[in-house]
Design a protein around this ligand. Structure first.
Ligand code: RB5
Length: 146
């Protein structure tokens, strides 16, 4: 199960991505929000990322105006490796090398076509492991040090 969450600055982008996921037959949970609602991006990041860490979600897509605030928030949660992304190369390599479990994008930064390509690479690319596992383990160790 994939989770998707957004603040009020990325409602249209969220809809475009949800439509794309539906077309691909990918099951997802939409954590909101919709037109007329507002949420601070750290609250949405926490809501979705807790479910990633618990294992309820395999991966998540988080959206705010820039993608930056929500990615900074997500990366504060132990077990989250969130990549703020606006290009396809990074989307691919953050899976291959960082085993990213959250991708973040900005509704004021990327258009729907590029965002859907980024989502596809994020969902379809596996972690390479090997020497990259050692580095991901070091990220986890940094979390423990606080
Ligand atoms: C909300 O206006 C905006 O600050 C937020 O969506 C995001 O861009 C923060 O990083």
């Amino acid at each position: 199960m994939i989770g998707i969450g957004n603040d009020h600055a990325a409602i249209e982008l969220k809809h475009a991505i949800c439509e794309h996921l539906t077309e691909r037959g990918i099951e997802f949970t939409d954590y909101g929000i919709e037109h007329g609602e507002k949420i601070d991006y750290p609250d949405m990041a926490e809501r979705v990322c807790r479910d990633v860490v618990s294992g309820k979600l395999e991966k998540a897509i988080l959206l705010c105006g820039t993608g930056v605030g929500i990615s900074i928030s997500a990366n504060k949660i132990k077990g989250i490796r969130a990549c703020c992304c606006s290009d396809t190369f990074s989307a691919k390599y953050t899976r291959l090398h960082n085993d990213a479990n959250v991708i973040c994008m900005g509704g004021r930064v990327v258009g729907p076509g590029l965002a859907c390509e980024i989502v596809d690479l994020f969902l379809d690319t596996g972690f390479e492991g090997g020497r990259h596992q050692r580095r991901v383990d070091k990220i986890t160790a940094l979390e423990q040090k606080g």
